[in-house]
Each structure stands twice: as structure tokens, then as C-alpha cells.
Write a protein that binds this ligand. Sequence first.
Ligand code: NAP
Length: 251
Amino acid sequence: MKYGIVTGASKGLGEGIAKKMLDKKINLIAVSRTENQEFRQAAANAGVQYEFYPCDLSSVSDVSNVFNEIAAALFNREPETVYLVNNAGVIEPIDLAGALEETAILDNIQVNLAAPVLICNLFLKKAEETGSQLYIANVTSGAAERPVHGWSMYCSTKAAINMFTRTAALELNNRQSTSKIIAYSPGIMDTGMQETIRSSTQDAFIEIGKFREYKEKNMLKSPGEVGEALVRLLLDGDVENGRVYYVNELL
Ligand SMILES: NC(=O)c1ccc[n+]([C@@H]2O[C@H](COP(=O)([O-])OP(=O)(O)OC[C@H]3O[C@@H](n4cnc5c(N)ncnc54)[C@H](OP(=O)(O)O)[C@@H]3O)[C@@H](O)[C@H]2O)c1
């Protein structure tokens, strides 16, 4: 059986990925603080299993408890293929280094970097123990590759997840593991995260005008389309370990 685990599945890109997995008859394990109310019916229609695990990814103990529970239940079923998508992310704090709020700094590191690394670490171990084929996609951003005025935490944590992905892939290749890990850069999408960006201030985020224009000029991609492209890539199976895939090369 095939299973997809998607963090931040409740809305935005995560919702797009989760819905496409259900369409493709992949059993879904959704993780976020709130539940997407459409998944249960969509899973029933597709004839696949659906489980929701509430989890606050900004809490180390929540991540540890919930993902150990998920991994124990999942790998006991001896799944043929597991698709893990670390999608949940936060843009905040949007402010200048020197004015950042301490809790927001730590939450950003925890949700965008520590949680996906902890989850990857656990799943890579379990997949090797059980012989399941594991594909991991860590959702990243173009901000991983350029400094953006006001986004020091977001740029830093996304850059770090790219390097974690590349390094873990190097290690997997060197030990001829069948597990694969990639990063996925989804481009700019019409989601809640973009609303947060547009509602920041010019002082905190110098490029705000450009981002408001993206919305006004309908330049934001739909998260459904971007999610579909990732699911297509993963199901194809022929992914290049450690590569950062950009949505535009997949559409
Ligand atoms: N939108 C863009 O233009 C854009 C561009 C580049 C990269 N990305 C990346 O794409 C990914 C998805 O972003 P999005 O635009 O879809 O964002 P979004 O609409 O704000 O959705 C974020 C998702 O993450 C979950 N989440 C946030 N904090 C969480 C926490 N503490 N614990 C558990 N879940 C949490 C939310 O679920 P709950 O609120 O239910 O917990 C929600 O499902 C992120 O990694 C983001 O960095 C987005």
C-alpha cells in the first residue's frame, strides 16, 4: 500500500498536495493544527484510508510524540511506498534583524527547519529498518537562495533545509540506500502565506509593493496546480536525490 504524509495539509499548498494524493488513491495521513473538513469524504470517495493527526510543529514535544506515534502505526503496516512531504511553513517574523521578536525567531526555526529535520531523521531510520521505499519532499522557497529584506529567518531556515536535503541525499547515495530526498520550490502561490506577506509593512518588508502587485495582476499560481506537479513528480519515482526541483520546470 502507498501512504502520503503531508504536514500543513489543512490549507494552501499542503491541501493541494493532499487532495491530489487522494485522487491518485494514496492513503493520506494529514498533519496540522486544524483539520481540513473535505478530506474524509474525498478519501471515502477514492476508497482509501485517511487519518488526521493534530500537531503543533512549533512544539518539539508535540513533533516527537505525534510523529513517533505515526511512524509506529505506519511502518507496522509494512507499507510498500511512503511519500513524506514536509510542507508546513511560516513566513513570520517579517521584520529587520535587531527588531525580531524572540518567540517568533524560535518558532520559525522550529516549524521550518527543526520539525522537518526531526521527521526526516525518524522516517529514514524506520524505512531502512522495514525496507519500505521512502520518498521525502521538503518544501523550500526561492528565498533560500537570495537575501530578502525583512525575511532573515525565512531565508535562513529555507536555505538550511536545502542544505540538509542535499547532505542527507549524499549520505543515502553513498550507502546505496533506496530512500530518496528532494526539495521542492513552489514559486509564488495564492495562499494564506501571501496574505500575511501583503499585510506586513513597507518598513519591515521593502518589497511589499511588488508582492501586492503579484496579487493584483493575478500572477500567483494556484496551490492545487503546484501541488499536483509535486505529486506527479513523486509518483513518477525517477527523482534525482538531493535536487531542488522548481515548479516551473514541472508545469
Ligand atoms: N505561498 C507562497 O507563495 C510560497 C512561496 C514559496 C514557498 N512556500 C512554501 O510553501 C509551503 C506552504 O505554504 P503555504 O503558502 O501553503 O502556507 P499557508 O497557506 O500559510 O499554510 C501553511 C500550512 O502550514 C501549517 N502550519 C503552520 N504553522 C504550523 C504549526 N505550528 N504546526 C502545524 N502546522 C502548521 C498550517 O496548518 P494549521 O494552521 O492548520 O496548523 C497550514 O496548513 C511553506 O513551506 C512555504 O514556505 C510558499
